[in-house]
Design a protein around this ligand. Structure first.
Ligand SMILES: Cc1ncc(COP(=O)(O)O)c(C=O)c1O
Length: 415
């Protein structure tokens, strides 16, 4: 007799066998679980601000619920929200869009996947400079494409020569991300121009993920490739959202902006997938975009302070290094000098993942190993955590690195 509970593993699709879990979300989930059980862990895994959304966001959501606005909306999102998003992109980024160019979705993640689904045929290739956000290659695969991972240069910037070599006749698009998760790098205007002009010359569609555009620090300015090389706007997409800028990760609000024909296909895909975006979050987002920018700036200033604290703290630890983050809220720390070291913990450091494991198991500091982002000798540290926690983590990090270097030398290793 067959049991309805038994699962025939071979019946799952081959395509889904190629898709990885989100490495960051699974580590974050595990750590949140341990903390909930009372384990004292300094949590530097967060891909989300440790702030509350602006008060106007909460108020608008409560009002929308009380007014009975929890119904389906148009597939592409409420007209008022799309108009507001277009206005904000015009004022803050410098691209002129109308509502017909905007599709609001349940988070930037699905905005990117739908943008890819709209342009990729099976086997089409998408360039992804790495280190990069862990989800990009999986998103391309989900949309039927082939992710082509291209190593960045020593400054963690997309490498034009390497991109040129990776381009084939199947290459249709490139995924760009500034400010970057995981490196905190922000493209300069000159670099953005070189890169944008190269994309234009190659006839590539750019999907420009600018999710962290409002979070830049210490004088760094955000440049969109679609503004620096405006010709790209005809064929390229701009991705943004409420998660990072307005501390609204769980509200799930992202947006696609692009040519009207591309937006129409994205809206069609969405009409068959999620139907329409969360209505209450849409009303809340209108309020946030219109009236929440002062609180957004307060949060940015706090992140700026922390970025300095972390940069100075790491610069003072001999044996590890990271470029000063100019945006987002991450440091991508290079631990190459520790490769081969073992201390009393018994964990040998062969890569950044080993180091992240050592930090978690012994020092109770949670970070994310670099392999999730394509950085073998790195780990990602999020400074979306209170200053006191960051200071505590820096002190522990410093003594761990020093112990590793000393132990390594004692056992005649070159640490
Ligand atoms: C670079 C980047 N893009 C897009 C997203 C998607 O954000 P969300 O789906 O929360 O809007 C994230 C989230 O971590 C991200 O880091």
């Amino acid at each position: 007799m067959s049991s309805t509970n038994s699962t025939n593993v071979s019946s799952f699709s081959e395509k889904m066998g190629q898709i990885e879990d989100s490495a960051t979300l699974s580590v974050m989930g595990t750590i949140k679980g341990l903390i909930a059980q009372g384990v004292d862990i300094i949590n530097l895994t967060a891909g989300e601000p440790d702030f509350s959304p602006p008060q106007c966001v909460n108020d608008a959501a409560i009002k929308a619920i009380q007014d009975g606005m929890g119904r389906y909306t148009p597939s592409a999102g409420l007209l008022e929200l799309r108009e507001t998003v277009a206005e904000v992109i015009g004022n803050e980024i410098g691209i002129s869009y109308e509502a017909k160019n905007i599709v609001v979705s349940n988070g930037g993640k699905i905005s990117i996947v739908q943008a890819l689904m709209a342009i990729l045929d099976d086997g089409d290739e998408v360039l992804i400079p790495f280190p990069s956000w862990t989800s990009y290659p999986e998103m391309v695969k989900l949309a039927g494409g082939v992710p082509v991972m291209v190593s960045c240069d020593e400054n963690m910037l997309p490498d034009l020569d390497a991109l040129e070599s990776a381009c084939t006749e199947r290459t249709v698009a490139i995924l760009l991300n500034t400010p970057s998760n995981p490196t905190g790098v922000v493209f300069s205007e000159d670099f953005t121009r070189q890169l944008g002009e190269w994309c234009l010359a190659k006839g590539l569609r750019v999907i420009s993920d600018e999710m962290y555009c409002s979070l830049t620090y210490n004088g760094a300015k955000h440049y969109s490739p679609l503004v620096v090389v405006p010709e790209l706007q005809k064929t390229s997409a701009w991705i943004g959202g409420m998660s990072k800028s307005f501390a609204m990760t769980g509200w799930r609000m992202g947006y696609f902006a692009g040519p009207a024909d591309w937006a129409a296909i994205v809206a069609r895909i969405q009409s068959q997938l999620t139907g329409s975006p969360n209505s209450i979050s849409q009303y809340a987002s209108i309020a946030g975009l219109k009236n929440g920018t002062a609180e957004r700036e307060t949060m940015r200033l706090e992140f700026e302070k922390r970025s300095r604290l972390i940069t100075v703290g790491i610069a003072n630890i001999e044996g590890i290094s990271c470029p000063e983050p100019q945006g987002a809220f991450y440091c991508f720390v290079d631990i190459s000098r520790l490769i081969g070291c073992t201390d009393a913990s018994g964990i040998t450091i062969n890569n950044g993942d080993d180091f992240a494991r050592l930090l978690l198991e012994v020092d109770k500091i949670a970070t994310i190993g670099g392999s999730a982002f394509g950085g073998q000798n790195h780990f990602r540290l999020s400074f979306a955590a209170p200053e006191k926690e960051l200071e505590r983590a820096l002190a522990k990090l410093s003594s761990r690195v020093s112990t590793l270097l000393t132990s390594g030398k004692n056992s005649a290793q070159t640490c």
